[in-house]
Design a protein around this ligand. Sequence first.
Ligand SMILES: [Zn+2]
Length: 451
Amino acid sequence: MAMGVRTGYLHWRAWVLSVFALAIVGGASAEDPKAVVIITVDALRADRLSIYGYPRPTSPAIDALLDDGARFDAARTVEPLTTPSMCSMITGIEPQDHAATRNGLRLRDGLESLPKVLSGHGWHTAAFVSNWTLKDNLTHLGAHFDDYSEVFTRRRWFGLLNSEATAEDVTDEALEWLSSHAGPTSSDPVMMWLHYVEPHAPYRYHAEYADRLRITDQDPKRSDRYDTEIATVDAAIGRLISGLEKHFAPAEMIVVFAADHGESLGEHDYWGHGRYLYEPSLRIPLGMRWKGTIEQQVIRQQATILDIGPTILGLLGLEIPETFSGISWAEAVRGGEPVPEREICVQAHKGAVHAEHDSDRKRSKGLLSVAIVSKDRKEILRVQNGDHLLFDLAADPGELSNLFAADAQPSQRLLECLGTISEGLGALDRLTSKKLDNETVEQLKALGYIE
Ligand SMILES: [Zn+2]
């Protein structure tokens, strides 16, 4: 009975709010949005979404979102690993500067960040994370938000602790929070970041999507299971968008969609992400929608996850902290001057730290590779064995033919990229260390980051 009353109340309120919202959209200033929502999906390859050309209908809800604003066709993460990538998105700086270069390592204290800037302008900020590696006690990301929800609602088999969550749980938690922070009594704008953990390994099979995805195997392959995980997270994101739109009209809300990194599904004999800088783990889907302000378009120039913070602040007309190293696409997505093509410098590190002897003091020891990507030219240097690779991504999208001769020297730009990263890591090695607890070590093992 109580639930029925509550549900009825929500429906009534949502109806009034949506009618009210529709009534004011025409006259509302698009300069004054009421919500910024960043949705990130773990280990999601861009090329497994229908809108990026995948023939299976894995992603109707994500497609609808990305088709209704600016979609980036050549977006990359800065490091193909959850903690470093998400810490870069939130703080606007590169892993060697924020210090969380591997899973299990925490951010430096006192950094500027997108949610802190918004909070300083009266926004209420909240995060909803469902990957263990983003827990506040590991990353210190919680200090950047007014509310930091760790959504771990379920136990695996007979585990004693809640260590997992489904996409449905993340959507539920965020919508419940929104009901109490965006109601008639609160006028503060809200910033929400949701991180969904599917389709991260171990690629569970969701049989309810077999027909839609035309999977007929009784024992589906890993790649097929991965696709059903995308369909699952897509459904939860569709429900999230519907729930958000009960509070905010599309013209009142900036929605950004991205992945923290991609996923290698057997390419170069590798499953997973983190260790290599090949395109399957480096490329991410990226798009942003702000109805009436952002023009519907596909942007071909290279973008990175570091551009999310500057672009949101640019769209809101707020000052971008000097520390932020990405660029703002705010004018370009409004239909203004395109941003020129640029080079990006990316890095790969060992997956996780797991004990005192392998802790913060050893950040510089974790660097595996650096790369420079400039449109279709990609140069990779494997730091630990000196392997040096050059690919033409237009002619060889699978990165199978190394164009370098054995004695080719790294380009000046690649050496600068390596120098900047190494210098930052060297400075970090002087920071203090912290031992991980046993529970965290077990979770990092379950996620595949510790052997
Ligand atoms: Zn991840």
